[in-house]
Design a binder for this molecule. Structure first.
Ligand SMILES: Cc1cc2nc3c(=O)[nH]c(=O)nc-3n(C[C@H](O)[C@H](O)[C@H](O)COP(=O)(O)O)c2cc1C
Ligand code: SF4
Length: 450
């Protein structure tokens, strides 16, 4: 098991509560930052750490913080994105449910750095029970002087409020989230201006993912340079991965980003191999929006190198032969799974979640869903494959927010890597309607992982 920075204490009994969390070394980063550092020095450490946003895009957190406008007399806000609606992604839930103080601690330090006296957690509505856990953690932190007025006598005030969403995936997009937080319908805003200039209530705002903010705690405790030594290249620190699908050990794992995809799938420390000794067919490694990869390209890059569980290696080859780390929602498909059916399920989700503001997304997601259903129903034509390709191409890059891209990429990757499976649905129409289907894209493990 590699370094554990976020989940090291997960099995300590009572770690959910302040007293235990504090006894185990919790809130040290608040003491360090508020008593010995300036806000700019905290930002500098985050920059040095190379910490990248864990919500999906992987944008460097310190750089985002340094873009925050600081007009005189205008309040600024930190907003934590706990919407976590991306299919296959459930790591933030784990962190908030089991170690809620790690988020609150990270928020106090980050709010200090950003000058946010009122910070928010925007959480997906379905996580109702976690709202209670967070509210309790906030109250405990306040009772112990780590939140509220004049924290630890530093003169810094900070309040944290939890806001529940109403179950819309689009409210995870940062500007839709801001609209929703303001009490409006969660429609994404046109950018620029970016939230760093005009965010909540038109005030400068930083939106960061739950895991990003929790990772600020080890960054401050260890120092940015030490944190940057963990991992490889621009993939510094540790990353939470939620693994699901046809594997023996589904769950949330903290990895350091030097391990190979093969080790992650087959090692008993992580996924424990493919269920029922089936063969690996494909994987979506970063939540439903990132391109699916067939097993051969998943385990090795097109250059023949072993693929690693980090930002650069997963993206190696671009979308032609690579994919993306995304939100770390690792979905594994065994040899019995049907990629067409799977892609249809995703298309249905994106059609349902499109906010409808832009026509390529509003209309295109519906068209893609209908065409994929046609294949599933044994009514697809060979020309429909090219039509499907054309539709996704017209969506990508032509919309207000990246939900359009997120809907297009899974379809593009499915056609790119599994075209023969679409063709099979046309030539074997009757069978296509009655059984799951798997073509020979599977791969054996490259080596035996101890
Ligand atoms: C449709 C859509 C849904 C998103 N959902 C989430 C989400 O649930 N959680 C999240 O942190 N980021 C989500 N994002 C990314 C956010 O817009 C934003 O980039 C992120 O919260 C920034 O945090 P980070 O820099 O710490 O990653 C989503 C983006 C899109 C386009
Ligand atoms: S891309 Fe889709 S979800 Fe995003 S603003 Fe346009 S219609 Fe709405």
């Amino acid at each position: 098991m590699g370094r554990q920075l976020l989940l090291a204490k997960k099995d300590v009994e009572g770690i959910r509560y302040f007293d235990t969390y504090r006894r185990e070394g919790g809130y040290r980063s608040v003491e360090k930052a508020l008593k010995t550092m300036s806000p700019d020095a905290v930002t500098e450490e985050v920059k040095k750490s190379g910490l990248r946003g864990r919500g999906g895009a992987g944008f460097p957190a310190g750089m985002k913080w340094s873009f925050l406008a600081k007009p005189e007399g205008v309040p600024r806000h930190l907003v934590v994105n706990a919407d976590e609606s991306e299919p296959g992604t459930f790591k933030d839930r784990y962190l908030m449910e089991y170690i809620p103080h790690s988020l609150i601690e990270g928020m106090v330090v980050s709010s200090f750095a950003l000058g946010s006296n009122v910070s928010y957690i925007y959480i997906r509505g379905e996580y109702a029970w976690i709202v209670e856990i967070l509210e309790q953690a906030i109250q405990e932190a306040k009772n112990n002087g780590f939140l509220g007025k004049n924290i630890l006598g530093s003169g810094f005030d900070c309040e944290i409020y939890v806001q529940r969403g109403a179950g819309a995936y689009i409210c995870g997009e940062e500007t839709a989230l801001i609209e929703s937080l303001e009490g409006k319908r969660g429609n994404p805003r046109i950018k620029p201006p970016f939230p760093a200039i005009k965010g909540v209530w038109d005030r400068p705002t930083v939106v960061n993912n739950v895991e990003t903010i929790a990772a600020v705690v080890p960054v401050i405790n260890e120092g940015g340079e030490e944190y940057a030594k963990i991992g490889v290249g621009k993939s510094t620190g540790t990353k939470l991965i939620s693994a699901c699908g046809n594997i023996n050990n589904p769950g949330v794992f903290e990895i350091d980003m030097t391990i190979s995809v093969e080790e992650f799938i087959y090692s008993d420390e992580y996924c424990g191999g493919i269920k029922n000794n089936k063969r690996l067919k494909a994987c979506i490694p970063g939540g439903s929006s990132v391109p699916i990869l067939p097993a051969n390209l998943l385990l090795k890059t097109a250059k023949g190198e072993s693929r690693l569980m980090n930002y650069e290696s997963l993206a190696d080859g671009g979308f032609a032969t690579g994919t993306s780390m995304g939100s770390g929602g690792f979905i594994v498909l065994d040899e019995d799974q049907c990629v067409v059916k799977h892609t249809y399920t995703l298309a249905r989700f994106y059609r349902h979640e499109s906010c409808g503001q832009c026509s390529p997304c509003r209309e295109g997601t519906g068209w893609m869903e209908k065409l994929l259903l046609r294949f599933e129903n044994g009514m697809g034509k060979m020309s429909d494959i090219d039509l499907l390709w054309d539709i996704q191409r017209r969506i990508e890059g032509n919309t207000i927010c990246p939900l359009g891209d997120a809907a297009a990429w899974p379809v593009a990757a499915a056609i790119r890597h599994f075209r023969d499976e679409f063709e099979w649905h046309v030539t074997n129409a009757a069978e296509a309607t009655t059984r799951n289907y798997g073509l020979a894209h599977y791969a054996e493990p490259l080596s035996v992982v101890a």
